[in-house]
Design a protein around this ligand. Structure first.
Ligand code: BGC
Length: 249
């Protein structure tokens, strides 16, 4: 199926038409700057603008940086607090006048990696960690998603993990890759201790620089980077919409 996948982030809202079989983008990726403040109304209006740039009238899959439980956003760590308790699926569906399926952004990225990326064929426990403004997590057991895990919010060194070792922490605290890599390694060691995954897949901005911090990583679990790179969130959101359409029909 060809479905419009959208990835809503703190700095940009990105979308492209995706072939959900192959996981390839079939149009160029379009990005619009996230409005400030990123209130539900402002983001919905920007989403509408983004969607209007595509010659497409079908359903939409959308990744969002919060817990999204049965279509409602329940957290707002790196977005406007007015999102908490917002019925996001209803809001987007009515704004865009078509079915809109919304899930957590890291869960979306994980779905893409399990279907067409580094997690293909892995039947154990796979943990995807997205390293960006926040730290996102997605856990798969035998290929099946355990949704809405918020492992970027574990406490590490008396700090919320994403304040300690997200990519924005690296930038804001002016950490070199080595120093940041040591911090991120501690985070992976903690996840390994708690969950014993078979594989870690790293995505998001910092994962593109894996070679700069790889030597600091000594967790026993294999660690690889996402194959769908920057596009994971968009691809996974489109795949999720397809799953929901099939599930509802
Ligand atoms: C949010 C998660 C999100 C992650 C990555 C965290 O701050 O709590 O829901 O997946 O950032 O955007």
């Amino acid at each position: 199926m060809i479905i419009l996948g959208v990835d809503i982030g703190g700095s940009g809202i990105k979308g492209a038409l995706v072939d959900t079989e192959t996981g390839k983008l079939v149009t160029e990726r379009i990005r619009i700057v996230t409005p400030k403040p990123a209130t539900p109304e402002a983001v919905a209006a920007t989403l509408k603008e983004l969607v209007s740039k595509f010659d497409y009238s079908g359903p939409i899959g959308c990744g969002f940086p919060a817990t999204v439980h049965h279509g409602v956003a329940y957290t707002a760590a790196n977005i406007d607090s007015s999102w908490i308790n917002t019925p996001i699926e209803k809001l987007f569906t009515s704004t865009l006048n078509r079915p809109c399926f919304v899930l957590n952004d890291a869960d979306a990225a994980g779905i893409a990696e399990m279907r067409v990326g580094a997690g293909v064929g892995n039947n154990g426990v796979v943990m995807m960690i997205t390293i960006g403004t926040g730290l996102g997590s997605a856990i798969f057991v035998n290929g099946k998603l355990f949704p809405n895990t918020e492992l970027g919010h574990l406490i590490l060194n008396d700090n919320i993990a994403e304040h300690y070792c997200s990519d924005s922490a690296r930038q804001n605290q002016d950490l070199g890759w080595g120093k940041w890599g040591k911090r991120f390694n501690k985070y992976l060691l903690r996840l390994k201790f708690l969950f014993n995954p078979d594989l870690f897949i790293l995505g998001g901005g910092a994962s593109k620089n894996f070679e700069k911090f790889q030597e600091k990583i000594n967790v026993e679990t294999p660690v690889v980077t996402a194959k769908t790179l920057n596009e994971a969130g968009i691809i996974g959101a489109a795949m999720y919409a397809e799953q929901m359409i099939e599930h509802n029909s």
